[in-house]
Write a protein that binds this ligand. Sequence first.
Ligand code: RB5
Length: 159
Amino acid sequence: MTIIAIGSDHAGYAAKEFIKSLLQDLSYNSHDYGCFDEQSVHYPEFGQKVAQAVSGAVCASGILICGTGIGMSIVANKVCGIRAALCHNTFTAVCSREHNNANILVMGARVLSFDQMAEITRVWLATPFAGGRHETRLAMIQEMERINYLYKNKGDVHV
Ligand code: RB5
């Protein structure tokens, strides 16, 4: 069963509820990691929950929404194995899947309309990774992640 992790902060809450019902209409299962109302919260908490669910393979992919999408992107990309893509239109949504094999879609609720978010989400979910030359680049990123993690934690590993 494919489960999509979804999360937002207060700025993205209404959009998250809207995208959740879209996922249901499209017959996707989703797991909501919060937030659960429009009270002011801190986006790193919810971004990390969704990113860890995807990184740990509890969910196949994720969707994160905050005001601009920037904060959620920064947070999600701190988690190992996450390729979170902030998408503003269907072109960036397609490229983020074909080229980057993005496993988390990030959108800004103060940037996009509900209709735009729905269109981006539909396209993002339907677009497969193109592989080929892009595999090499993703392998480079994975290696950088490994080296930088070791470097940060041990201080004695050099590229
Ligand atoms: C919340 O006001 C806002 O800072 C947040 O939703 C997001 O845009 C952060 O990047």
